[in-house]
Design a protein around this ligand. Structure first.
Ligand code: BTX
Length: 326
């Protein structure tokens, strides 16, 4: 109902909408309408109320609710249902809890995470109102071995969405987006499966949108950056989120329905920051240096360890470190 009232106010543009009209529309009392209007105000919507005229929407807050991103969405099922939180421990954790009952494409998103998670037990800094911290519930009927490709689809979609905003970025295989050699986005894909059947895949994405320099302290001071820091201007989180979801659905459905991974590969290769560079591949305690010579058709990293010994690296349990700070 609250979302419905908001929609009516938005459709009415700058005009007043009488409380009577709204209460007739929803067939509830005017007191009930008044209560919902107050909740909207608490969420940050500026709503003018004038006796005998009604309500008028003056401005909307920069929050990532369905009501706010709907106008940017072109998708059929990705992001059509959103669980929105002001604060949460981890959106991936919440998504896993509800995944079995939810439809594919449902999103869990939060303004802040208090225990945001990265890969291999690492953390993800997620300050309030400054980034996009979200998880998408997916139910692909594919071989579980191919799930790593979904991370690459996510990375390609983030990079395309940034390009839509005229922001140039690179993909650091398998799961980071970098600008000026620093991380602006990380992806954490987790799955639940039995034998050869996938129950669900959770793709968690963290995008540093409007974080300030001071937000990158301690461990991440020299590793992370944000779109605001790099471009010098505040970026609309709603718009970027919409652009990303549109790009993601396109690449994802093409992969699932037409087995088309080539489009994603092309983007990941073109935007790769690693191809041609010297790297260290870290797997547990094992570390090896080599040169990245490409990404194969399966999306695996091809690393030349010298003497023509080229190995394909699957994304699973490895970390890739550039030797010169990328
Ligand atoms: P990763 O393991 O590749 O990167 C984690 C590492 O990145 C950390 O150890 C730290 O050094 C650095 N780091 C932490 N926070 C940030 C940040 N905000 N910006 C840049 N660098 C940072 C990458 O893991 C996967 C991250 C996924 C995050 C999303 S957010 C929504 C969803 N929910 C959740 O708990 N995780 C995912």
């Amino acid at each position: 109902m609250k979302e419905g009232i908001l929609k009516l106010l938005k459709e009415n543009n700058d005009d007043f909408l009488s409380g009577e009209k709204i209460s007739e529309y929803f067939n509830v009392s005017r007191a009930a309408i008044w209560k919902h209007i107050n909740t909207l105000k608490e969420e940050g919507y500026e709503i003018e109320s004038v006796p005998r005229k009604g309500y008028r929407l003056i401005s909307s807050p920069d929050i990532l609710t369905y009501g706010e991103i709907e106008k940017y969405l072109d998708t059929e099922f990705i992001g059509r249902k959103i669980y929105y939180f002001d604060t949460i421990d981890s959106t991936n954790k919440k998504a896993k809890e509800i995944a079995l009952e939810e439809v594919e494409g449902t999103i869990v998103i939060s303004e802040e995470q208090t225990l945001g998670r990265g890969r291999l037990g690492r953390g993800w800094v997620s300050p309030k109102g400054k980034g996009i911290w979200m998880s998408i519930i997916l139910k692909p009927q594919i071989d579980p071995m191919k799930v790593a490709k979904i991370t690459q689809i996510g990375a390609a979609a983030v990079s395309l969405a940034l390009e839509d905003l005229d922001i140039k970025s690179y993909i650091k295989w398998p799961n980071d987006i970098v600008i000026n050699r620093k991380k602006v986005c990380g992806i954490l894909t987790e799955m639940s499966c039995e034998l050869n059947m996938i129950n669900y895949v959770i793709m968690g994405i963290g995008i540093n949108v409007n974080l300030d320099k001071q937000d990158f302290r301690g461990e991440i001071e020299n590793v992370g950056t944000s779109l605001k820091v790099e471009t010098g201007k505040k970026i609309s989180r709603k718009k970027l989120l919409g652009l990303f979801l549109n790009r993601f659905e396109e690449l994802y459905t093409s992969f699932i329905n037409k087995d088309n991974f080539e489009d994603t590969l092309k983007i990941c290769r073109n935007k790769s920051i690693l191809i041609g560079k010297e790297v260290r591949i870290i797997k547990g305690r094992d570390e090896k240096s080599g040169k990245v010579v490409g990404i194969n058709d399966e999306g695996e990293l091809l690393v030349d360890y010298g003497e023509n010994k080229v190995e394909n690296i699957m994304s699973g349990e490895v970390s890739v470190r550039g030797l010169y700070g990328y």
